[in-house]
Each structure stands twice: as C-alpha cells, then as structure tokens.
Design a binder for this molecule. Structure first.
Ligand SMILES: Nc1ncnc2c1ncn2[C@@H]1O[C@H](COP(=O)(O)OP(=O)(O)O)[C@@H](O)[C@H]1O
Ligand SMILES: [Mg+2]
Length: 318
C-alpha cells in the first residue's frame, strides 16, 4: 500500500468514481460546519488567497479524511477548524455555535509534534490534562495520564524527554496528549507525514485502533490516498490553490476493522484508490494549465536600454 499523491498519470473520471461520490441527503447531524469560508494571508500585491468558499460538514462520529497536495491550504483549514485562526469571511460552527477561538473540545495534533523539550512524556501529557481537568483530584489526573500513555504504548518511556524519543514515539506522545483532553473533535494535521514508512504504517493501525475504541468525530489531513481509505468513512479532496475549494466527497464503503494486507486485494479498495488519485491528478493538471495560461497573459515591460559594448576593440590579442 503506497499511493502518496503524485501527479504522474492522467485518466478521466471513471464510472466507479461517479458511484462513490457521496450524496449529502442521507447525512447524519453535523458536528462542525463551514459555510462559505474564505481565508488568505497578506495584503495588496503580496496577498495570497488560500481557501475560497469552503462548504463542509464534519458529521458527528465520522472519520473524515481531507487529501490534497502540499501548499493547497490543508493546515490553514485545520487551524480554522481548531479556532487558532479566523476566516476572512464565512462562518465555522460547532454544534451550531460559532467558533471564535481554540477550545479543548477541538484537539489538534500537528505534523511536527510540538512537545515541550524540557518536559518528560508524562510531563507533556500532564500539562494538558491538569489544565483541562482542573476540578479532578491529583490521583484522578495521574491515573488518566497513565491510561493514555499506556494506550499509545509508551509506559516504558514515561520519564524520557522528547530528545530521547524517536519520531514515532514523539508523535505518540503528541497524540496521547490530545486524546487525553477528551476533545469532542479530533483534528489531525498530517500526523504521520514526518515518519518513515514502517513507523507510519504501525501508527496508522494504532490511530485506527484508538479511534475504533473511542469513536470520536475525527478529521485527518493526509497526502496519502491509501492512508485516507484505510482510516476514513469519507474522503474529501482539497483542490489545489490559490483560492482552493473542496472537491466531491468519496464514501469509503469498506467494513471495519480494516486490515491493510486484505485491503490490497480488495476490488472496492482498488477502485476507490484509482478514483481519488485520478481526481487529484486531474485537478492538479487543470490548475497547472490555468497557471500557465495566466502567466502568458502577464505583459512584461522591458526597460528601453541597449547593452554597452565592453569589448576592447583595437586591442592586440596576445
Ligand atoms: N501564516 C501565514 N502567513 C502567510 N502565508 C501563509 C501562512 N500560513 C500559510 N501560508 C501560505 O498559505 C498557503 C497554504 O499553506 P498551508 O495551509 O500550510 O498548506 P498545506 O498544509 O496544504 O501545505 C501556502 O502558500 C503558504 O505559504
Ligand atoms: Mg500542512
């Protein structure tokens, strides 16, 4: 299994793709909603419109994967959902209430772990637990931290500091820290992209196992189509920017628990992988064509000067 998004092939949209495109009508209640959300950075000539007119529902209890190329605005989207940044226009709601800032109800796991280097595994997790569950007794909080350290298999490393951990272990701490806050919505921003392939594969199974126990509403950003199909109920592509919007949602109709080895031989898995990959490749190519067309329209005024002759005419060559 390895279909990291890479625009190498072209194919038109298939019937299979058309079949898996989800219809919103039978959808259960949304936990989070984005209505016509746009976000850009900078101003004037250097203004960068990143997301434009995003409409999306994150349904209660679902695992949604957003797939897209680097730089398309995936982190911007997760930060908007987390409430770390505000949209320029449009509205983001959670249970019908407008999101105006960060909240422990929305736990975010970053790509680059972001652990405090001077704290141990326990210290990093306890910091969040102590803040969110202030009203609990010390013993209760201690037990709670232990439970999540065990859940991610780090009981043996509880006193180690981040520099004494491998990348996979650091990401486990980061995951445990967020899960321990018991957020209603789990936002995972490419949590596995910095890991080597083997560790990534192990972590995919762990995330899936934890999610199957907890069944939290979860949005995971990824650049790996296979990973998205393995974990998600629905996959939504983020089209390439600038002014990126979302593509059609693909429903993942594969029984759980899912097993990678078995999926590799599953026809439905292969069809879906092709459909999502072909969609992404097609939108990427269209975006490149649009970019090229735009750049030929730009008129460059050349300066009205001619080069000075610097050759030493008349000088004898030795
Ligand atoms: N704080 C910021 N200030 C200015 N530009 C930013 C900022 N954050 C992201 N960008 C730009 O917005 C675009 C999308 O970035 P990002 O959301 O990180 O994409 P992705 O996560 O898909 O790689 C990129 O062109 C990036 O350079
Ligand atoms: Mg990103």
């Amino acid at each position: 299994m390895n279909a990291i998004i890479s625009p190498t092939t072209t194919m038109s949209r298939t019937d299979a793709e058309a079949r898996v495109i989800h219809t919103e009508s039978s959808a259960p209640k949304p936990m989070m909603t984005l209505r016509n959300v746009s976000k850009g950075y900078g101003s004037g000539a250097t203004r960068n419109e990143v997301l434009k007119g995003i409409n999306m529902n994150l349904r209660d209890g679902e695992f949604l994967a957003v797939v897209g190329f680097s730089g398309s605005g995936k982190t911007t989207l997760t930060q908007l959902l987390a409430g770390l940044i505000r949209p320029d226009s449009g509205e983001i709601t959670m249970n019908e209430e407008v999101v105006t800032g960060p909240s422990p109800d929305r736990g975010l796991v970053f790509q680059n772990y972001s652990l405090l280097p001077w704290l141990t595994v326990r210290g990093n997790i306890a910091l969040s637990v102590d803040r969110v569950f202030r009203h609990w007794s010390r013993a209760q909080r201690h037990e709670h931290v232990d439970k999540f350290i065990e859940m991610v298999g780090l009981t043996h490393a509880v006193h180690r500091r981040p520099h004494e951990l491998s990348g996979g272990m650091r990401q486990r701490v980061s995951l445990a820290r967020t899960l321990a806050m018991k957020p209603k919505v789990l936002l995972l921003d490419e949590p596995l992209s910095a890991l080597d392939a083997l560790t990534r594969s192990v972590m995919q199974d762990e995330i899936l196992k934890i999610w199957e126990e907890e069944r939290q509403t979860c949005l995971m950003i990824t650049n790996d189509v296979d990973e998205a199909i393995l974990v998600a109920d629905r996959i939504v592509p983020l089209n390439p920017g600038p002014s990126a919007n979302l593509g059609p949602a693909f429903t993942v109709e594969l029984d759980r628990p899912r097993n990678k080895t078995e999926l590799n031989h599953n026809e439905r898995f292969k069809q879906l992988r092709n459909a999502v990959t072909n969609y992404l490749v097609a939108v990427r190519q269209k975006s490149r064509r649009d970019e090229a067309a735009q750049s030929t329209q730009v008129r460059i005024d050349r300066p009205n000067i001619s080069p000075k002759d610097l050759s030493l005419s008349g000088r004898t060559q030795l």
